[in-house]
Design a protein around this ligand. Sequence first.
Ligand SMILES: Nc1ncnc2c1ncn2[C@@H]1O[C@H](COP(=O)(O)OP(=O)(O)O)[C@@H](O)[C@H]1O
Ligand SMILES: CC(C)(COP(=O)(O)O)[C@@H](O)C(=O)NCCC(=O)O
Ligand SMILES: [K+]
Length: 259
Amino acid sequence: MLLAIDCGNTNTVFSIWDGEKFLATWRASTEHQRTADQYYVWLSTLMQMQKLDVTITEVIISSTVPRVVFNLRVFADRYFNTRPLVVGKPECALPVDVRVDAGTAVGPDRLVNTVAGYDLYGGDLIVVDFGTATTFDVVASDGAYIGGVIAPGVNLSLEALHQAAAALPHVDVTKPANVIGTNTVACMQSGVFWGYVGLVNGICEQIKAERDRPMRVISTGGLAPLFQQGHALFDKFEDDLTMHGLTVIHKYNKENPAL
Ligand SMILES: Nc1ncnc2c1ncn2[C@@H]1O[C@H](COP(=O)(O)OP(=O)(O)O)[C@@H](O)[C@H]1O
Ligand SMILES: CC(C)(COP(=O)(O)O)[C@@H](O)C(=O)NCCC(=O)O
Ligand SMILES: [K+]
């Protein structure tokens, strides 16, 4: 049984994959101080509560936070007696090329999304991931990651407004009824919501123009459905795109041990 771990700057998602389907998925906030023992207490409790009596034999990790990887490695080694595959490390081969400037360390989540998008839809894709940051990953016709765009995340933008301006409250993102807000909260929500619709539209259109070809736009991340509502920003929404990519990369490395 495979344990796939997707660690973002805000949340860390753990999924158990039986080779055909995910048996369970759990989410914890990302905290680099969390130890291997703490991960185990948390995970084994959830497994017991779900009466999931399985043996984890393999672990794959993608982490946008480098310093959590140490404790996750100890966790895999101590409790599952396995050396985890860590995306972005030389020993983890990818089934696609990465064509970026020399010396660039691409976020592993973006590589995993590229692999997942290519596996599900083929090439000429834009993958939009609404995480702490909102990333656009451009996938060439042969599946290569050829770069993209990093924009501030939706919640980060709202939080920045609240932090920087004394009179602006903390608000949650939602789709406002009108563009013209008639109170402070509605004005802030409008700025972020409609600003984001424009950002996503504009960036995707410019990427397509720069590539000079039609491209499919795939979205992932909890906030993607909010932006899809009535705006047809994306051709497809994939809830567990990153997790799917982790299983594809794991399989590829198992089938190509010499890589
Ligand atoms: N369904 C949702 N509704 C509202 N906010 C969400 C939802 N899912 C995630 N978020 C928020 O979106 C932000 C990004 O979350 P996540 O995708 O887990 O980020 P990361 O992968 O960078 O850790 C966080 O602020 C999180 O609280
Ligand atoms: C852009 C990111 C911060 C997004 O991370 P996330 O929002 O998933 O936590 C991450 O992919 C990252 O740290 N990238 C490194 C730089 C790059 O991808 O070019
Ligand atoms: K992410």
